[in-house]
Design a protein around this ligand. Structure first.
Ligand SMILES: [Zn+2]
Length: 435
């Protein structure tokens, strides 16, 4: 069984790991279980299928639908990277090959079998799985695997845990009873400043509008775009920001937005009950969907004030680069970073206050206002992670802090030791643990 099959992101050293052979033979894996559709959790699935994996991939309906959008897009990006490397002649391999293609991704998503929340399901010989709400993005689940044997053994996986404050989704379910627990630690050493995040958004939008500038919001295409649209609508309705044109300039974000609208309209299980049947809540007054590259280019030249939301969320690629290259040099504009920025990404450089950032082959001076709105994150912060672990009906024997930077994971593991009375451990990459 494989739980998650993600791509490494961020620094080059991390990204190179995507090219290492799988640690087990892909054809020997019975099944894959995915907690959600972010590429760091499902993005290597097409490579696994291409390398010979033929089994089922179990995921909730939301994850299945979003993976059908996210994975082919990732395949297209891999192909573009390879052809760029070939044009630039800077690859060590001639010709450079993509990690996988769009066609590989379309083949891989055929193996996904949608499952329901809250039901036990046989996923492999002697292994049962149960998906519970993680409140992180549409479809996101925590997972309990129960292994048959002389003595039943249970392994819990937080997946990426959302926030109790997520306005569109139900709060994460309590942690399951498990003998071993794997808990994410993205914000393992930090806490979110919720009280001020909406004020900061309202402030930034209003001030930029007064200057006649453009607000650029690099946003993860899935979920963050919806969250930002929802909050802009709410601020607009409360009269806290002027009614401005809002452009969503990302084909993937628009495809995901359609899935979210449908989830709200149809009242999917994980949707916040108060929003069921109310898909209009994702539409600020003057919403424009930008599809064609030609429209995107025209938007780069248009005069403000307006708001543009575009991917990718850490400015590592995508159409947002053109908006940033155009808007960063002008102090009337503002750039709002609404999510976690991995060290090594352009988003992280902007956050660190670098005066010039390289993109599209040139250095772009940073004169626009850059604001950190990371409390918009759809990741639980340290207190929420600890509270989630404490909510399990019985404590695990041990909790492994995974999926974070080394500092975040170490700080969280130490807090688990100190505050929860069971050991917190940071496993090493590739470490094997006998149950
Ligand atoms: Zn995630």
């Amino acid at each position: 069984m494989l739980v998650e099959c993600g791509l490494f992101q961020g620094t080059k050293a991390n990204r190179l790991r995507n090219w290492e052979p799988f640690p087990v033979r892909p054809e020997s894996v019975h099944a894959v279980v995915l907690t959600h559709a972010h590429v760091d959790h499902c993005g290597a699935l097409p490579a696994l299928v291409r390398a010979g994996f033929r089994g089922p991939v179990f995921a909730t309906r939301g994850t299945a639908e979003l993976a059908r959008i996210v994975l082919p897009d990732s395949g297209r990006l891999q192909e573009e990277d390879a052809s760029e490397a070939n044009r630039g002649g800077w690859s060590k391999h001639a010709p450079a090959l993509p990690l996988y293609t769009e066609a590989d991704a379309f083949a891989a998503v055929e193996q996904i079998e949608p499952v329901e929340f809250g039901k036990d399901l046989d996923v492999a010989p002697g292994v049962r799985a149960r998906f519970t709400h993680a409140g992180h993005i549409l479809g996101a689940a925590s997972l309990t695997l129960t292994l048959d044997g002389a003595q039943e053994r249970r392994i819990g996986f937080s997946g990426d845990l959302g926030r109790t404050a997520h306005p569109l989704l139900r709060s994460p379910a309590p942690a399951p009873a498990a003998d071993w627990m794997l808990v994410e630690s993205t914000y393992g050493d930090r806490s979110h400043d919720d009280a001020h995040v909406l004020d900061a958004l309202a402030d930034a939008v209003s001030a930029t509008a007064r200057r006649g500038g453009v607000v650029v919001i690099p946003a993860f295409a899935v979920d963050r775009t919806e969250l930002v649209l929802f909050q802009l609508r709410a601020l607009e309705a409360a009269g806290r920001i002027p009614r401005l044109p809002v452009f969503v300039d990302s084909p993937m974000a628009l495809a995901a937005l359609r899935v979210y609208r449908r989830a709200l309209a149809e009242g999917w299980d994980e949707v916040e009950p108060a929003l069921r049947g109310r898909d209009e809540m994702l539409d600020p007054g003057e919403l424009h969907e930008v599809r064609e590259p030609r429209e995107s280019r025209a938007l780069c030249e248009a005069a403000g004030p307006f708001i543009v939301i575009s991917a990718s969320g850490m400015a590592t690629g995508g159409r947002v680069l053109h908006h940033l290259a155009e808007r960063l040099p002008d102090p009337r504009n503002s750039i709002l970073l609404v999510g976690y920025q991995v060290p090594g990404t352009r988003g992280h450089r902007l956050l660190a206050g670098e005066r010039a950032v390289k993109m599209l082959g040139r250095y772009v001076p940073v004169r626009a206002e850059v604001r950190d709105l990371s409390a918009f994150s759809v990741h639980a912060d340290a207190d929420e992670l600890v509270a989630w672990l404490a909510s399990a009906p019985t404590p695990p024997r041990i909790a492994f802090a995974v999926h974070g930077e080394p500092e975040g994971a170490a700080v969280l593991a130490a807090r688990i030791d100190r505050e929860l009375g069971f050991p917190g451990v940071v496993p090493k990459h590739g470490e094997v643990v006998r149950l």
